[in-house]
Design a protein around this ligand. Structure first.
Ligand SMILES: Cc1cc2nc3c(=O)[nH]c(=O)nc-3n(C[C@H](O)[C@H](O)[C@H](O)COP(=O)(O)OP(=O)(O)OC[C@H]3O[C@@H](n4cnc5c(N)ncnc54)[C@H](O)[C@@H]3O)c2cc1C
Ligand SMILES: NC(=O)c1ccc[n+]([C@@H]2O[C@H](COP(=O)([O-])OP(=O)(O)OC[C@H]3O[C@@H](n4cnc5c(N)ncnc54)[C@H](OP(=O)(O)O)[C@@H]3O)[C@@H](O)[C@H]2O)c1
Length: 436
């Protein structure tokens, strides 16, 4: 069979390399950076990693590990970015496919062509470009590298006298020592960044436009995300799961409103949970002050939607990321405001032989998901299974979009959400059914 092209050697791309290699499917993998690991390589020379120096995964080891290579038992429950990058390096060396990855090589264009895809790459050191035809294209370029700033910007932002950065560019708290810092958002970036800045900053404000559930890293001595691995529990109706998790979290730490946070506006599991052990204690100690959304800036002052105002030296926008494919004609795949019509979150019904790996936001972890997605793509490439007709794929996409909008609300932040075990089961079922 023809050669496949894999874009990216982050945790999703290398999962695809391993699977295709094991199935004997020839492939080339192109990676902009000098190493594997993508987001998990701190200061990655691809310029795309959002890792900060203190970053530890919010997913526990059991959730993060690939089925093909479980993590060593002496690894901690919650890994640092260094340890994850080391694990990903070991993964590549264990399966011996480093030689199939062309490093410092960026894919700048991928175009549908007869029998596959024409892929144009540029070697970063020499600038040399070349185009080759591939039988299939697996896109694993990540979706946490293109910062989403508030759009439109808050009034007065362009003349605000303080510094403004996005969490994508945040590395350490030292530059904010002694400063009055305003962190915007209540996702995982905002909580990590606010908690660590508050140790050095003169004052730390945490502003948000809605409340959310804050989930501790441990419940009753076990990593909280082990709940997502419970076979029976995850088959229960979602409302029941939501109530059960909410109750456990309430017993463990009380209501978030007790700490000064706004009441979450959606039930538990109907928004990506923010996982933090430090935020609530920082709030309780008065080290972080909660504010509603920013209304506008004037000079060095931030005004909030409740009419209050504070002088601020730096704003850190922890406002998430855009999903981007600079090398694809996004209009042709129908991408619009983070909405991507993909069958089972992988296959473009419009563009044959185009597959997306790791383009999901799980309540759980991405790596084992990328692995099973790649297995299904390998089935398709080897002709062991076939796709349903386009109409049927479109119906599944419409069902997924409607269910996601009902559960999470209509927001660009929630367009690729999946439940960990349920999604793994869904892809396994798809593999079985389509094989029949
Ligand atoms: C701060 C932070 C913490 C996170 N914590 C967790 C967590 O605890 N658990 C979890 O499951 N997820 C977490 N995530 C999500 C994270 O994105 C995934 O864990 C994982 O990194 C996704 O891997 P990936 O390979 O899909 O993307 P990436 O890690 O972003 O890798 C993409 C790779 O593609 C390469 N690439 C991109 N474009 C091109 C191109 N045009 N040509 C060639 N190469 C290209 C990049 O150089 C990069 O190496 C976190 C994200 C952030 C930002
Ligand atoms: N330790 C860790 O493992 C860790 C650390 C950091 C990040 N991550 C992961 O990285 C990914 C990105 O996380 P993230 O926290 O950077 O982004 P995120 O989860 O998308 O959260 C963005 C936050 O910014 C808010 N926001 C967006 N636009 C806004 C605007 N214009 N005005 C006011 N508020 C706005 C959002 O509010 P709305 O909900 O209202 O849109 C949300 O609270 C997630 O998968 C996360 O789990 C993990």
């Amino acid at each position: 069979m023809g050669r496949a092209c894999i874009i990216g050697a982050g945790s999703s791309g290398i999962a695809a390399c391993q699977v295709l290699g094991a199935r004997g499917i020839p492939f080339d993998c192109f990676e902009s950076g000098s190493d594997v690991g993508g987001n998990w390589r701190y200061n990655n020379d691809n310029g795309m990693s959002s890792a900060y120096l203190s970053l530890h995964a919010k997913s526990s080891r059991r959730c993060l590990q690939y089925a093909a290579l479980p993590m060593p038992d002496d690894y901690p429950d919650y890994l640092s970015h260094e340890l994850i990058a080391k694990y990903l390096d070991n993964f590549v060396d264990h399966f011996g496919f480093r030689g199939n990855i062309q490093f410092r090589t960026e894919v700048i264009k991928a175009k549908p062509a007869t029998g596959g895809w024409d892929v144009t790459v540029r070697q970063r050191d020499t600038g040399a470009m070349r185009t080759e035809r591939y039988a299939a294209l697996l896109v694993a370029n990540g979706h946490h590298w293109d910062p989403q700033y508030p759009e439109p910007a808050f009034p007065g932002a362009e003349t605000f006298t303080g510094e403004q950065i996005h969490s994508h560019h945040y590395r350490t708290p030292e530059p904010f020592a002694g400063k009055r810092v305003l962190v915007l958002g209540i996702g995982n970036s905002a909580c990590d960044v606010a908690a660590e800045c508050s140790a050095l900053a003169a004052r730390t404000l945490l502003a948000m436009r809605r409340g959310t559930h804050i989930v501790p890293k441990y419940l009753f001595g076990r990593p909280t995300d082990h709940l997502t691995l419970m076979r029976l529990g995850t088959r229960a109706p979602r409302r029941l799961q939501s109530l059960a998790v909410a109750l456990l979290v309430r017993i463990a730490q009380g209501k978030v409103t007790k700490y000064g946070l706004p009441r979450p506006d959606r039930p538990m599991l109907c928004a990506p949970p923010t996982v933090s052990d430090s935020l609530l204690s920082k709030l309780d100690h008065g080290d972080i002050v909660v504010k509603p959304n920013i209304d506008q800036f004037d000079g060095d002052r931030a005004f909030f939607t409740d009419g209050s105002a504070e002088p601020v030296d730096a704003v850190i926008y922890c406002t998430g990321y855009k999903i981007s494919f600079p090398f694809l004609d996004e209009a042709s795949i129908g991408a619009d405001g983070n909405h991507l019509p993909l069958y089972r979150r992988i296959v473009s019904p419009k563009l044959p032989r185009l597959y997306f790996i790791g383009l999901v936001q799980p309540i759980g972890a991405v790596m084992p998901i990328a692995e099973i997605q790649a297995e299904w793509v390998a089935d398709l490439l080897q002709g062991r299974t076939a796709l349903p007709p386009e109409q049927q794929m479109n119906r599944e996409i419409a069902r997924y979009s409607a269910a996601t909008a009902t559960r999470y609300g209509r927001s660009a932040r929630h367009t690729i959400q999946v439940d960990f075990l349920a999604y793994l089961r869904e892809i396994s079922r798809e593999r079985r059914m389509s094989a029949r």
